[in-house]
Design a protein around this ligand. Sequence first.
Ligand code: NAD
Length: 475
Amino acid sequence: MTDPARDTDMREQARLVIVGGGPGGYAAAFRAADMGLQTVLIDPEVNPGGACLYRGCIPSKALLHVAQVLTEAREGPDFGITFAEPRIDLAQLRSWKDAIVTRLTTGLGSLVQKRKITYIQGRARFLDERSLEIDESGGKITRLPFKDAILATGSRPIALPGQPPASPRILDSSGALNPEEVPGSLLVIGGGYIGLELGTVYAALGTKVTVVEMTGGLLPGVDRDLVSMLKRRLDGLFADILLRTRVERLKEQKNGVMVDLVDRDGQKRTQRFQKVLVAVGRRPSSGELGLEKAGVTVDDRGFVQVDAQRRTSAPTIWAIGDVAGEPMLAHKATHEGRTAAEAIAGRKVAFEPRAIPAVVFTDPEIAWCGLTQDEARQQKREVKVVKLPWSASGRAATLNRSTGLTKLIVDPESERILGVGLAGPGAGELIAEGVLAMEMAAVADDLRLTIHPHPTLSETLMETAEELFPRHPGR
Ligand code: NAD
């Protein structure tokens, strides 16, 4: 709410204003400025970056790299090298991770300046479909009329019903990315992307990690054969994985958090953990933005409704990224941002990717794009599925990581690639080839005939495609 006692300055009308400086917002701003649109970018942080850079993708991947180093050092005896137990300096670890974030976000800040984008540090809300009010960081309130606006406010973590507020013992993903100590025990609530990635970090640091997931398996929605590769390793890494189990209550105490757990048979038990991480999903940040005043329609889950150009129900307002629908992934936001900027500049564009890759950066990594086998089953769509276990890969053997899988989901008539799934180290890098293949409308033969370097994990894509062909004698 505006304090009537405070002055409101009027800013000059913006051709384009972007609310939210994450990978969607800054990509949209850069594209718009490069096309010659006068652009204003608004975000509460001192530099752009959004949740991905400050509290998500980048800090978590820095910590996962450290987890990988620790894990590989522990596996040294397998190949005849023994290291001493590592000494972990958490202050140094945090400052290394923070330095990465600072370097990347200040880099974005200078790109904003170079492009002559006006950057306003503050929080904005719509007054109507043509103007915003901004609470600027210095305490000033300003009004900004605009011709077009892009909403790129992202998402925030969901809390459990009745959950006590985040504290040093009850963490959300942001808190978990700043470890002050290595807890003796940690309960991770939610066996999704965040729970498994951060659970992997804490387990590598030496914490006894328990994961509780309310559905029947980890990473719901991901093909089970890929998840089983990960589950095999997590069973050894985590103290326990409790499936079909709900958390009924969290009670913070001086020496830990008492957690009431209810299993699949309705049996209740109480267990104490030193810390708890709540990672039960994210919801779109579409509240408190004055969207109703601007005539922007939001669905019952809080996602802003958009068309193929990412235009909302208000013709001057566009929305991209997590706030505009699933999947809530940074790279999807970036591409939507560019589409919206180009549409605003009058280009004939639409956001219609053939495939959006998804990666879970665990060990092994899980990555997929396009149609999954589960989706094919639900759609009753006939597909051919070919798989190659990485026990057949020479490169995987030399990495001491033969647990992995590459699979192709192919149209049985045309042999066009409809989906790609990967489990194994580096799966997140390898999936890009699958996405390119799909965007280029490749058939399995294209992958089979593309010479892949040997010995690499990328060969598994070519070799999986080869698996299709013995059934066609004469080729
Ligand atoms: P998620 O949707 O991936 O997983 C949440 C999990 O919590 C689900 O498995 C769900 O069944 C479970 N759950 C929900 N309520 C529960 C309860 N009361 N008790 C136990 N389990 C419960 O959500 P997330 O891990 O919080 O991640 C949020 C979003 O952030 C993801 O959708 C993803 O798009 C994004 N993300 C992506 C990456 C990546 O790309 N690598 C990493 C982290 C987050």
